[in-house]
Design a protein around this ligand. Structure first.
Ligand code: PMP
Length: 323
């Protein structure tokens, strides 16, 4: 049962080469597995039917964040951002994906050794691309509960780094939420303000104004968060206020929505059993969701620089023409 999803024959990138997934396995005592010493990114590719291409969303921003994560965790990716962008698109092309895609990029301490430390252990950078499956089955909005697990504080570990080990915190919160009958958890920071959900950022709307926790609230500064903030300001002319938010502000919001690479934009229909608005998708969420969908599919020319094509990229076209 080690490969229930059937990943074995995928082509992945690992330690400087394209390999079969099954040929790129790691040993049981690997440092990154034992101690959670890895940094990662989740990235989406969206199938554009007209262009017959997989468009990879904001690759540069993801790899800049991975580079910063690695710096904070004393790791060496061994590639520039531009190289990682090129490898990612090439990987999708080699797998001949013709549909929505999810990429997982990871750099981790790769030595079978016992001892908690960061220095003196070699790093492996790997990128795995798989066909995308939907994150939530919902569609009618999510039932959200405030978690009893507080979000890890930046005084405990660098929260701007997407560190694999830190996701034990997120997994506890998400599992608690599910065991209590919710779909997703809101995590509070140590001082009791709203931080974010298990793997997405949170926004609320009150009287036509959008509020979201500012970066000092122990949030991961999401790329979807930034994207949606740009779209709300530039395309809808809305005001966004970044500040600390109280739990009771979530209870009385007109709309509450989340952003994240995996989920895109989705909304909460209730928080701790209290309906948000009338429990259906609000008008601002609806507009942002539609805009986001257009942007990720490359349909808005002004945001076209945010997507990288898999098949119609210059290096691939040149290689094809030279054959
Ligand atoms: N917060 C956490 C803890 C996350 O893991 C993610 C997913 N990367 C996000 C927020 C959303 O970030 P992004 O929009 O960059 O995916």
């Amino acid at each position: 049962m080690s490969d229930p999803a059937g990943y074995g024959n995928l082509i992945v990138y690992s330690d400087g080469a394209y390999r079969r997934y099954d040929d790129a396995r790691v040993g049981l005592l690997t440092h990154g597995l034992q101690y959670g010493t890895g940094c990662f990114e989740g990235i989406r590719g969206y199938w554009n039917e007209d262009e017959k291409d997989v468009l990879l969303f904001r690759l540069h921003e993801h790899y800049e964040r991975l580079t910063n994560s690695a710096r904070m965790m004393l790791m060496d990716i061994g590639h520039s951002v531009d190289e990682l962008v090129e490898i990612s698109a090439e990987l999708c092309a080699r797998n001949e994906f013709r549909g929505d895609t999810y990429l997982r990029a990871i750099v981790f301490k790769n030595l079978e050794t016992i001892g908690v430390k960061l220095r003196g252990i070699p790093d492996t950078t790997a990128i795995i691309a798989v066909p995308h499956k939907k994150y939530y089955e919902a569609g009618n909005g999510l039932r959200v509960g405030v978690s009893s697990w507080r979000r890890v504080d930046d005084t405990a570990a660098p929260l701007r780094a997407k560190v694999t080990g830190l996701y034990a915190n997120a997994a506890l919160a998400k599992s608690e939420a599910e065991m209590n009958g919710y779909d997703e958890a809101i995590m509070l920071s140590h001082d009791g303000h709203i931080s974010e959900c298990s793997a997405n950022n949170l926004f609320l709307v009150r009287n036509g104004v959008i509020y979201t926790p500012d970066p000092s609230q122990n949030i991961l500064e999401g790329i979807t968060r930034r994207t949606v903030m740009d779209l709300a300001r530039q395309e809808l002319g809305l005001t966004i206020i970044e500040r600390s938010l109280d739990r009771s502000e979530a209870y009385t919001a007109d709309e509450l929505f989340f952003t994240g690479t995996a989920v895109g934009v989705d909304f909460a229909n209730s928080v701790d059993g209290r309906p948000i608005g009338d429990g259906t998708m609000g008008p601002i969420t609806r507009k942002l969701m539609a805009l986001y969908d257009d942007v990720v599919h490359g349909r808005l020319p002004q945001y076209r620089s945010w997507v990288t094509p898999t098949y119609a990229r210059p290096s691939r076209l040149a290689a094809t023409a030279a054959r």
